[in-house]
Design a protein around this ligand. Structure first.
Ligand code: HAM
Length: 444
């Protein structure tokens, strides 16, 4: 017998979880729309090079977690040759682990930021894929809603993007007590290299006490050591040099201005000079929002930052950028913990019941007419008794059940049973749509 299961770390979205995902996207469209953002959908897979150049080859996301995609023929060839290096760049594909690198590729290909043009503001919602160790709040296929702005580097924009993020969380029902906004500046190409060298030297000085991964990080990506999962390394890194005092004048002024705008807007934040983020494209402003309940160890429900160098990394002209992404599944854990039901009730419907199987055609036609009027309409397709049709109507969340019998058909009427009050009223077929609207509004 076949015994098929969903892949580890993936979930089927339907019913409540699908309604919650749809509502979250609706709230995103509402809030982000006010700030001038339009929806974009980029492919779920991209050339591997988009991610290696954009996110960075020394990041865990690219090095260990990327799901590779091959057509059958290309996989055979790679297996025969013992490597995929013989394939063309366009044949070496991966499922997107995040949305920003693919967005940057799309921005170049479609000239979203023409010379001298206004900043481009877009948002997306969809699945992302990372081959991580699965645990609560950490999946292999998860859903993000992300926003990106290209073409401006003013600190007011950084603040606006962060304010928009906090407003989005607020609209979902999270309050100041349910989350913490962490903020840092990672410096830019002129001041970060000096800081990186200092952290690398610190790791080398403590190498003997640190994990093998961190030893390697001293050469490849020393700042990642701040996020090492090994508790001993984390303890050592508490004494590592911090970027705070090492920002160049421009970066320090930019960071100060961002904080000033956030203060003006009354947005609470905690400065965290060890916040370095797991993707290589960031510079200057970075931020993360941690939920205070429900999510367990994976508490980041959203994060982002400025990536002024990314467009060049993926083959474009120098173009500043900033954005963030939030994780649907983690937000749901935190909303569940504080008792917020984002899914809302299942949709209600009108149920058309019949007293006799011979009235099947009349039911069919009445259903079509009601759907044309805009009602979600259900009926029995299994020749159930009237009693079980009523039960079914209850299960389907019907607000009214229309009962068709021979008498009703002869007199061009239907009996409308209000499922809440159980009152029954005879209504002429030509008036039934208006009557049902009044039932929906609670006036009948
Ligand atoms: P990120 O911090 O890697 O940033 O992911 C953003 C959010 O996605 C996280 O805060 C978390 O809520 C969720 N998330 C990440 N990995 C997982 C996972 N394995 N399972 C469940 N949820 C997860 C980015 O992806 C950047 N592209 C954000 C950005 C946009 N930066 C600039 N623009």
């Amino acid at each position: 017998m076949m015994d098929l299961h969903k892949p580890k770390g993936t979930e089927d979205l339907f019913g409540k979880s699908m309604r919650a995902w749809t509502n979250m996207q609706r709230i995103a469209a509402k809030i982000f729309g006010r700030y001038g953002f339009d929806l974009i959908e980029t492919p779920t897979m991209e050339q591997v090079d988009v991610f290696t150049h954009g996110i960075g080859t020394s990041t865990d996301v690219v090095r260990k977690e990327m799901f590779r995609v091959f057509s059958g023929a290309n996989l055979m060839r790679a297996l025969e040759e013992g490597s995929d290096e013989g394939l063309k760049a366009a044949q070496r594909l991966a499922l997107r682990p995040e949305g920003t690198a693919g967005f940057a590729r799309a921005a170049i290909e479609n000239t979203f930021v023409p010379q001298g043009g206004a900043p481009c503001k877009m948002y997306y919602a969809g699945p992302m894929f990372r081959g991580e160790d699965v645990q609560k709040g950490r999946l292999r296929e998860f859903h993000q809603i992300g926003v990106e702005v290209l073409g401006a580097e003013e600190p007011a924009l950084d603040a606006e993007v962060i304010i928009m993020l906090m407003q989005f969380f607020g609209e979902l029902g999270l309050t100041k007590n349910d989350m913490v906004l962490k903020l840092n500046s990672m410096g830019d190409a002129s001041c970060r290299p000096r800081y990186r060298d200092k952290v690398a030297a610190f790791i080398e000085a403590h190498e003997s006490d640190m994990c093998p991964e961190c030893k390697k990080r001293a050469d490849t990506n020393p700042l990642r050591a701040f996020d090492c999962k090994n508790p001993h390394c984390r303890e050592i890194m508490q004494d590592a040099p911090l970027i705070s005092g090492m920002l160049c004048d421009e970066c320090a002024a930019h960071y100060a201005a961002v904080k000033c705008y956030l203060d003006e807007a009354n947005i609470a934040y905690v400065e965290d000079p060890t916040l370095v983020r797991g993707l290589d494209y960031y510079g200057r402003t970075v931020f993360e929002v941690e939920a205070t309940s429900g999510v367990g160890a994976q508490s980041a429900i959203g994060g982002g930052g400025r990536y002024d160098g990314l467009m060049e990394l993926v083959g474009g002209k120098p173009t500043p950028g900033i954005g963030f992404a939030v994780g649907f599944e983690r937000i749901m854990l935190s909303l569940d913990a504080i008792g917020i039901d984002l899914a809302g009730p299942a949709p209600s419907c009108i149920y058309v019941a019949k007293t006799n199987e011979s009235l099947r055609d009349e039911v069919f036609n009445l259903c079509l007419a009601l759907r044309k009027e805009g009602f979600r309409t259900e009926a029995d397709y299994q020749n159930r008794s009237l009693k079980s049709q009523f039960k079914q109507a209850d299960k389907l969340n019907a607000i009214a059940c229309l009962v068709l019998g021979e008498d009703e058909v002869a007199s061009h009427t239907v009996t409308v049973r209000n499922m809440q009050t159980h009152e029954q009223t005879s209504v002429a077929v030509k008036d039934v749509a208006d009557y049902l609207k009044s039932v929906q509004q609670g006036t009948h």
